[in-house]
Each structure stands twice: as C-alpha cells, then as structure tokens.
Write a protein that binds this ligand. Structure first.
Ligand code: NAD
Ligand code: DAU
Length: 337
C-alpha cells in the first residue's frame, strides 16, 4: 500500500506517521510537508533511517509539483492533514488559510483524481459546525456555521472534498475531530502553550472568562480513528471524532489541572481580552464512527499527564521553537491584550 500523509511534520501528521508505521508495518509512506513555522522535521527525525518512509518538502498549493508527485508515486491512499491550523493566526491574517486549506485541498483532489487514488481521507475539524450552547452535540448532519476564518476555510475544503465524490466518484471520506493534545503540538495551542509557559514561570493568558468548553482527545486516539475511517469508512461520508466524555471541560479546569500536575501556583493565570468570535463550546457525537469499530480510549487526566511529561522531557524541542518569529507572533497576539 502506497500512502501519502500531507502535513506529516506537523503535530497530528507526525503522530499519524508513527502510528501507521507501527500498526501497518508493510505500508510505504510518503511524508509531505512544506515545513512552515508549524512544521518541524525534528518531529519525524527518528524515522530518517526507516526505508518504509520518505520525506518530500512540497507546497500542496503548487499544482505542477503536486501533479508530478502523484503521477510518479501512484498513491493508493491519501491522509490529508496539511493546513494552517491556528484560529488566532487566522484572525490576524486569513490569506494563507485560504491558499493552503482551500486551494491546496483542491490541488490535491485534482492530482488524486487524475492519478486514480483509491481513497482520500480529509482531516477536518468540529469547528466547522460553529458554537454550541451548554448542552447538545454536533452531529454529522449539523449545519455548517463556522465563525473564524480558519474554521470557514476548513468548511469550504470539506464541501469541495465531498463534491469530488459526488461529481467525480473520487472515494473521499471527511473526518471532523475535536481538540487534540499530546506530543509534538506546537506551543501556540492552549495545552502546550500553558504547559511550557508554566515551566518557564511565565503568565498563562486565559481568554475571557475562561469558561469556554472544549472536548479534548489524545492525539493517538485520533490517529487510530483516522486509520479506522480510511479502512472502514464509507466513501462520501463524514465521521465525527470525539474523546472520552471526561475530556469535555472548560479552559479553567484544563489550566488548573496543568498547574496542579506541574506544582505551579494559580497566580500564573492571567485573564486577558477574549478572542473575537470565541466559540463557547464544542462537543461531538461520535456514534457513527463508533459504529464502524473505533472508540476513544485515553482518559483526559491520563493523556494530560503523559503530555506534560513529554514537554518536561523534551525541553530542547520547544525551547528552540520559542525564539525569533515565535516571539514576534507572541507579541502580536498577546502584547496588546
Ligand atoms: P499543525 O499546524 O501542527 O500542522 C500542519 C502541518 O501542515 C505543518 O507541518 C505545516 O508545515 C504543514 N503545511 C502548512 N501549509 C502547507 C502547505 N501549503 N503545503 C504543505 N504542508 C503545509 O496542525 P495539526 O494540529 O497537526 O492539524 C493537522 C490537521 O488536523 C489540520 O488539517 C487541522 O485542521 C486538523 N485538525 C486539527 C485539530 C487539532 O486539535 N489540532 C483538531 C481537528 C482537526
Ligand atoms: O476543535 C478542533 C480545533 O481545535 C482544531 O481544528 C484547531 O486546529 C485547533 O487549533 C483547536 O482550535 P481551538 O481554537 O479550540 O484551540 P486553541 O488551543 O487555540 O484554544 C483552545 C481554547 O483555549 C479556546 O477556548 C481558546 C482558549 N485559549 C487559547 C489560547 C491559545 C486561551 O484561553 N488562551 C490562549 O492563549
């Protein structure tokens, strides 16, 4: 089986590459990534001598290079994760989100169609559904109502992916997952940002009243779900992916748990001006993917402890990221708050 993983040097992509090599040892994997600020070749450096994987640096929005790659390799299966992924950055500037998430997805779909890829798994997000009130869940049938430029770009790409199934018969599957956490997550997202700031005794900038709810899933559970969707999902369908129910918590609870595990004081918490259009709550109903054989297994506290240990043990990984352009972004996003 010849498999392409886009965004393979990012957080979920790198975890997926490790998972696929472990659980499907005969697969040959092409790991594609542009190595933007969020992509880090270090994330998959441990595989450099593994002959089952090759790395290609490539922009998914560049049709000439992408078409040539697909024609040459003849992929059977594509896991498409490459994206601009951070909501706050999309508020500052949406252009790269449209280029990579929308145009890049269309370029990949055209290449997949002309090279006769058997299955195209598009990794999307529960943010396409918008925001929930205190109760209820997002279902695959829930109307799309994205609120951030990031979420809107993902919703657009989801619809294009589904249209390629309807129009051209390309076997596409769309997955919509909740908030991931785990090793190799770039320290701009809530959990790695707060863990690394706390380790440095720096303030933890909690947006608004801190009562926004996310439904956390350990990244390995998400990777298992993606493999399940690829192998057992029905073409043209959407599958929601959510974590264990104890992972549905507000940001104050997440922050308190991080500080407790690290034995750091609550005085590090710094309430700051809210994110514009900050979605209040996400939670998905995962019964459709449960029905084809996947269920989340890692409890939030267990996953959080493992994740924090990884950041404690891998200080050089995040300390080398938190320099230069990262500090400029940090000042732009948090300086005036
Ligand atoms: P990430 O930002 O860590 O990784 C994205 C990767 O894509 C990076 O390695 C980056 O270099 C690469 N990339 C960006 N633009 C590219 C381009 N033009 N060409 C090739 N590569 C490019 O993101 P992540 O958190 O790992 O998310 C991966 C996917 O999963 C995204 O599509 C995201 O929307 C989706 N998702 C993420 C979460 C989450 O909680 N992190 C939840 C649900 C869905
Ligand atoms: O739901 C899936 C989505 O989860 C993915 O599609 C996105 O790629 C991923 O970034 C994530 O989006 P969120 O906006 O929910 O994640 P983030 O880590 O940015 O924020 C999580 C919560 O924490 C949210 O309520 C905002 C809050 N927050 C975040 C940051 C970065 C803070 O209070 N302070 C912060 O500094």
């Amino acid at each position: 089986m010849k498999v392409l993983v886009t965004g393979a040097a990012g957080f979920i992509g790198s975890n997926l590459v490790y998972h696929l090599l472990e659980s499907r040892p005969s697969w040959k994997i092409t790991a594609l990534d542009l190595l933007t600020y969020a992509g880090n070749i270090e994330n998959i450096a441990g595989l450099i001598n593994d002959r089952r994987i090759e790395f290609i640096k490539c922009d998914i929005a560049d049709p000439a290079t992408v078409n040539e790659l697909f024609a040459e390799k003849g992929f059977d299966l594509v896991f498409h994760l490459a994206a601009e992924s951070h909501v706050d950055r999309s508020i500052h500037s949406a252009a790269e989100f449209i280029k990579t998430n929308v145009v890049g997805t269309q370029v990949l779909l055209d290449a997949a169609l002309s090279s006769k890829v058997s299955r195209f798994v598009h990794i999307s997000t529960d943010e396409v559904y918008g925001s929930l009130g205190p109760t209820g869940y997002f279902y695959e049938t829930t109307l799309l109502d994205p609120t951030s430029p990031y979420a809107a770009s993902k919703a657009a790409s989801d619809l294009i992916v589904l249209a390629y199934f309807k129009t051209h018969g390309l076997e596409t599957v769309v997955t919509r997952c909740t908030n991931n956490y785990g090793p190799y997550q770039f320290p701009e997202k809530l959990i790695p940002l707060f863990v690394t700031n706390a380790l440095e005794d720096k303030p933890l900038p909690l947006y608004g009243d801190g009562l926004n709810v996310r439904s956390w899933i350990y990244v390995r559970d998400h990777c298992e779900a993606l493999l399940c969707a690829a192998e057992k999902g029905v073409a043209g369908e959407v599958y929601n992916i959510g974590g264990t129910s104890d992972g549905e918590v507000n940001n104050r609870v997440v922050t308190a748990a991080i500080l407790e595990i690290l034995k750091k004081p609550e005085t590090l918490i710094k309430p700051v001006k809210d994110r514009p259009a900050h979605d209040r709550r996400y939670a998905v109903d995962s019964s459709k993917i449960n029905g084809i054989g996947w269920k989340a297994g890692i409890l939030f506290r267990e996953g959080l402890e493992k994740t924090i240990k990884w950041y404690v043990d891998n200080r050089s990984w995040w300390q080398s990221i938190k320099t230069g352009a990262y500090l400029e972004y940090y000042e732009r996003n948090y300086g005036a708050r």
